[in-house]
Design a protein around this ligand. Structure first.
Ligand code: SAM
Length: 231
């Protein structure tokens, strides 16, 4: 069965976006995953289908109305795969990482809510027990790019999407380490040579060198990952 993404958004035309290209696009065409963008606008209030209002207590910006979002969520749930988690992309959320991508890829799909303006009314988050997930410590104008980042990371892990299945086992984060440096032809470029060991044909030595480089890089650039790896 296809992995199923249902996405609630005010900008449905921004999907599939870049996910329609390259490997994720081919996987979409091949039916390995499905994408169902749901436009929030028709669930809006009144003639103008308003979806937002000013923040209670004052302050800048607008907040997405809980009644409007609630109707969209009810509808989305009729389209989602049974058991798919309900996730709101939000800078306040739990950081998204490769482990979460793997867990999601093993499941039936996900329903993703893209915020705009100042985000969702807290009551709708509480009522539906929506999980908040962040793609990093910075603020985007909307959740659409964040949803696409998450979907890209998940879809490439679905069986049959990458030509070479082994490539997800050796890349960054797969063993809690950053990946070793990569090289390709020409052997000499502007006086810079490929490290001898990689040209030696000695698989054991190559594996050892790659491991050492991965560890060195992780220690230096991501002491947080290195600490986790050791414990
Ligand atoms: N007022 C919110 C706050 O300070 O936490 C920021 C709202 S942001 C301008 C609008 C929408 O963009 C959010 O509702 C969320 O869906 C999305 N967004 C922004 N940054 C994000 C991030 N780092 N990860 C995931 N989604 C993000």
């Amino acid at each position: 069965r296809a992995w199923r993404a249902v996405v609630i958004t005010l900008l449905p035309e921004s999907f599939p976006g870049i996910l329609g290209q390259s490997l994720t696009g081919k996987a979409l065409k091949d039916g390995i995953w499905q994408l169902d963008p749901i436009d929030l606008r028709p669930f809006g209030e009144g003639k103008h289908r308003n979806v937002d209002d000013t923040p209670a207590g004052g302050g800048a910006g607008m907040v997405l109305r809980p009644d409007v979002m609630g109707r969209a969520i009810e509808h989305a749930q009729t389209r989602a795969a049974p058991g798919a988690p309900l996730i709101y992309l939000s800078p306040r959320g739990k950081p998204f990482d490769q482990g979460r991508a793997r867990a999601l890829a093993k499941g039936p799909g996900a329903t993703l809510i893209c915020g705009r303006f100042e985000g969702l009314d807290q009551r709708v988050i509480d009522h539906y027990e929506i999980e908040e997930v962040s793609i990093g410590d910075y603020v985007l104008t909307g959740g659409e790019l964040a949803a696409q980042v998450m979907l890209d990371a998940v879809v490439r892990l679905l069986p049959g999407v990458l030509g070479n299945e082994a490539s997800t086992e050796e890349e960054s984060f797969s063993e809690g380490l950053l990946e070793h440096p990569q090289y390709t032809r020409p052997a000499d470029w502007q006086g810079h040579a490929i490290p001898d060991v990689l040209m030696s044909g000695h698989h054991g030595e190559i594996a050892k060198w790659r491991r050492e480089m991965a560890e060195k890089l992780t220690k230096r650039r991501r002491p947080d990952l290195w600490e986790k790896k050791k414990s």
